[in-house]
Design a protein around this ligand. Structure first.
Ligand code: SF4
Ligand code: SF4
Length: 96
């Protein structure tokens, strides 16, 4: 399963519910990564910021970013619960 995760094959596949259960039960702990081409990077519409129980997701203004900002994960706060996988409005989160 881990090799499939690394390849991103389970991100949206039929095993996602089982995967989420394993995350919620603490069986698997991985880090979330953003697929930036799928993300509109808008603070007001980002569902991840409120959904993350650890407060590990934030909008950061970035003049170098195409849309003037980006969504970022704080890996010091993130405990790898996996809730952002289903909360993302653009299916832009991948767990590795
Ligand atoms: S919910 Fe996902 S796609 Fe939507 S703005 Fe936030 S990170 Fe980007
Ligand atoms: S894996 Fe959990 S703690 Fe980490 S950013 Fe996603 S929702 Fe927050």
């Amino acid at each position: 399963m881990h090799s499939l995760l690394r390849q991103g094959l389970l991100r949206q596949g039929p095993l996602t519910q089982g995967l989420l259960r394993e995350f919620s039960e603490g069986v698997i702990r991985m880090k979330p990564y953003l697929i930036e081409r799928r993300c509109p990077a808008q603070e007001t519409m980002c569902t991840l910021i409120a959904a993350c129980p650890a407060g590990a997701v934030a909008y950061i203004k970035d003049e170098q970013a195409p849309l003037g900002g980006r969504i970022a994960f704080d890996y010091e706060k993130c405990d790898g619960c996996g809730k952002c996988l289903s909360a993302c409005c653009g299916q832009a989160v991948e767990l590795r």
